[in-house]
Ligand binder design. Structure first.
Ligand code: SAM
Length: 262
């Protein structure tokens, strides 16, 4: 593997500001019966506070070199278990809360991973740029994806000096809560995008056709494939874009499609 014996790519910026650590865990409102998953416990600064408050904690950590720190906590508390592996690939067990300060470079695949997880709420520390995009409802792929599936609240912004080593960018603490499809019933554009995000391996034209049919069905109306195609024709999206797989669309194309939908 390209990064073997090199953990720099893991982007380890450990939270050291006790005030921020406490705020992060306080905002998760952890109850004594809560089942919590922490992804990337690192040296365990957040883990210690979570374990003290929750019913059970599963940690998922990719870096075996940090094993010592988690072992110390496992001796201190009897409610922690650990999975060593890549959180993007391992099964995340159903839980009440997910808590994580993951490398910002994997924000997008991590949000995609969350779509397949069962949880009530998730507290994250993310790059401020990402938080701004989601809160301001920007029309790029990552913001649209997040807003189609989650209600996001910014708790606070965090300056680089809260971490060691300090990252180059500002961070934000956010809470995301899953929303169900029904709550988008009256939001045509977001409903259609949400449907399409489930099938990113399909061509846009087919994906859009199915999504329009699903939206009509949600409103007890019938839209045939032919009618759906006619609606898509009326959007005047160029053929090249319509023939692209959803996952290969650029941010500009996401914005264009969003603006064309009516
Ligand atoms: N939670 C600690 C804190 O706030 O101080 C550590 C945060 S550090 C930014 C990111 C942590 O996530 C590191 O412990 C790193 O090894 C771990 N990590 C990075 N990529 C991961 C992945 N794909 N799966 C699981 N853990 C990962």
């Amino acid at each position: 593997m390209e990064f073997e014996n090199d953990t720099n790519y893991l982007d380890q910026h450990f939270l050291i500001d006790k005030h921020i650590i406490n705020k992060f865990v306080d905002e998760a409102n952890i109850g004594t019966d809560d089942v919590v998953v922490e992804i990337g416990p690192g040296k365990g600064q957040i883990t210690d506070t979570i374990a003290r408050r929750c019913g059970h904690l599963t940690c998922i950590e990719i870096d075996r070199e940090l094993e010592h720190f988690i072992s110390v906590l496992q001796h201190k508390y009897d409610n922690i278990d650990v999975i060593y592996g890549n959180a993007l690939n391992v099964y995340i067990p159903p839980c009440d809360k997910i808590i994580s300060a993951l490398p910002y470079s994997i924000t997008e695949p991590f949000i995609e991973k969350l779509l397949k997880c069962e949880f009530k709420e998730c507290m994250l520390i993310v790059g401020k740029r990402f938080a701004d995009g989601v809160i301001n409802k920007e029309l790029n792929k990552l913001s649209l994806l997040t807003n189609c599936f989650f209600e996001t609240t910014r708790i606070m912004d965090i300056t680089p000096d809260a971490f060691d080593p300090a990252p180059r960018v500002m961070s934000s603490m956010i809470r995301i809560v899953p929303i169900n499809r029904n709550s988008l019933k009256n939001n045509f554009k977001m409903y259609v995008f949400r449907e399409m995000f489930f099938h990113r391996d399909k061509k846009l034209k087919n994906n859009l056709m199915e999504a329009l049919i699903a939206f009509a069905k949600e409103h007890n109306q019938k839209l045939t494939k032919k009618e759906s195609k006619a609606v898509i024709d009326s959007y005047e999206i160029d053929k090249d874009t319509l023939n692209k797989l959803m996952e290969n669309l650029s941010n500009e194309e996401y914005e264009l499609i969003y603006n064309k939908l009516k």
